[in-house]
Design a protein around this ligand. Structure first.
Ligand code: BG6
Length: 503
């Protein structure tokens, strides 16, 4: 796998010297994702010796308090990390105040002088999205969008959600672009950091046997499932402003779909891969709000049982409005209008409090043109399916027909499985770890370009418009089930059905 990864061949052991500044340093994302990812890099020896972290947030912490939080973020207790956190600094303050930035600049200067961070900066926006533009503009106003003395680069890493709809994403982009050039902006989608998502590229373009059948002549339909058994957990407040379409479909699903269905890039590098993804996204049909109603189902979980444990409904979750109309489930029927995929439906579903945590892409092939077996003997036979399992049990399965031993010529579906864990013993980095490493190393391949974000919003905007009316076609489903019953109608009209991911 390492040999065919799009960027593996040019990866240096460590990023160059730099200072990483985390805005939103006292927040949940920093503690749960960013600091553990940095700890993993430190403990693997993948950080430059000339490196430091500076946290910025409104919470009144001292350097020591931030260092304690950083120390705790490493569950493994690695010595490299424990040693490193001693130099971490913290700047408490308002994001709009020049005092905050004066202090930050002073500390950055000290880091360059004492720790040799060489004027290079990576700013990570891990704040609430409402202040992304404010921080980016403040950085520019204070001259922090330029490297320090002798430095080569300044980069801005931006978390999702990048906008709430097309209009706000365009506005945010305009504001961020006033402060930073596109080449400096690294928009994160942690799905692209997952090894199995990158493996879609290896499967398609490092093998001769799949690409010839990767088109409408052989593929009958594509089903993409991003199912979670968890609810909104402690993020009720955030989720109330998002919903499943914004939280998962606009970003993770669109990225996975684009990698799976795009044309082969001329070369596996950032610009060529992203060019092909955009081209594919541009081929996805954009429904009118009326058509959108017909092509989508939105649901919300009510109380139910998940993994034998009774759980509350979405409206009873902390931070959620008891009459909330936010969707926790979405199913869509989409089409990619191009030569390769015309007429192949792409069914997408995602939801919280579904029976299992499963992310998969199922390429479902046509039935055989004629089945020369008696009905009773072939009842257990299903058309071929190639399942790319993103998580859990990362791997690939091919479902095909085989004869059941015995004198009657009975056929049934069986599967041939490739499991990452069993087949490849190297462990990759966690998604965030990989993405942080790439951002610090200056490799934008696994980050989202401005035209991708824009097009993804163009695709989902009509659904948001269609659902903006009170009631908005919201259907309820019991926690622990596969979503509202009506979601199966999206497929039944074409004689199709949702795949059972446990098969
Ligand atoms: C995040 C969403 O982007 O992805 C969460 O905001 C979701 O709501 C998470 O739970 C899922 O990520 P993963 O890696 O667990 O599939």
């Amino acid at each position: 796998m390492a040999d065919v990864s799009p960027v593996a061949t040019k990866v240096a052991a460590t990023p160059p010297p730099l200072a990483l500044v985390i805005f939103g340093a006292s927040g949940d994302l920093t503690a749960r994702k960013i600091l553990p990812a940095l700890a993993e890099l430190a403990n693997r020896g993948r950080l430059n010796e000339r490196f430091c972290v500076i946290g910025v947030a409104r919470t009144e912490w001292s350097d020591e308090e931030f260092q304690q939080v950083a120390l705790k973020a490493d569950a493994t207790g690695g010595s490299a990390w424990a040693e490193l956190v001693g130099c971490f600094r913290y700047v408490p303050g308002e994001y709009a105040s020049s005092e905050t930035f004066d202090r930050l600049k002073q500390i950055l200067g000290e880091a360059d002088e004492k720790l040799g961070t060489a004027g290079n900066r990576v700013y990570y926006l891990a704040t609430i999205p409402e202040v992304f533009a404010l921080v980016a503009e403040a950085l520019a106003k204070e001259g922090c969008n330029q490297p320090g003395e002798g430095g080569d680069f300044v980069r801005l890493v931006v978390e999702k959600p990048y906008g709430r709809d097309l209009a706000s994403a365009l506005e945010l982009d305009a504001q961020v672009h006033r402060a930073f050039d596109e080449q400096q902006i690294f928009r994160i989608d942690h799905y692209l950091g997952k090894e199995t998502v990158q493996n879609v590229l290896a499967l398609r373009f490092a093998n001769a046997i799949f690409e010839p059948i990767w088109n409408r002549r052989y593929v009958d339909q594509v089903q993409i499932t991003v199912a979670e058994s968890i609810g909104v957990e402690h993020r009720g407040g955030f989720y109330e402003t998002a919903g499943a379409l914004r939280d998962i479909v606009q970003n993770h699903v669109m990225q996975v779909l684009a990698l799976t269905m795009m044309e082969p890039p001329t070369w596996m590098d950032a610009e060529h891969i992203r060019d092909e993804k955009v081209k594919l996204l541009r081929a996805i049909d954009i429904p009118s709000p009326d058509e959108a109603v017909d092509k989508a189902v939105r649901g919300q979980y009510s109380a139910g049982v998940v993994d034998h444990v009774p759980v509350v409904g979405y409206r009873e979750e902390d931070g959620v409005d008891p009459s909330s109309e936010i969707e926790t489930y979405v199913a869509l029927r989409m089409h990619v209008d191009n030569w390769r995929w015309a007429g192949v439906p792409v069914y997408v579903r995602t939801g919280k409090r579904l029976p299992a945590r499963v992310t998969e892409i199922a390429m479902m092939f046509h039935e055989v043109p004629f089945l020369a077996f008696e009905g009773a003997l072939s009842r257990e036979l299903r058309p071929n399916v190639l399942v790319l399992r993103i998580q859990p049990h990362e791997g690939i399965s091919l479902h095909f027909g085989a004869k059941v031993p015995g004198e009657a010529f009975r056929v049934q579906s069986v599967s041939m499985d490739f499991g990452y864990e069993q087949a490849i013993h190297e462990t990759g980095m966690d998604g965030y770890t990989r993405l942080l490493f790439d951002a610090m190393s200056g490799d934008p391949t696994l980050f989202i370009r401005t035209d991708e974000v824009e097009q993804a919003w163009r695709i989902v905007d009509p659904y948001l418009d269609a659902w903006s009316e009170p009631g908005g076609g919201l259907h309820f489903y019991n926690a622990g089930t596969w979503g509202p019953h009506i979601a199966s109608l999206l497929l039944e009209r074409s004689g199709n059905a949702w795949r059972d991911p446990s098969l």
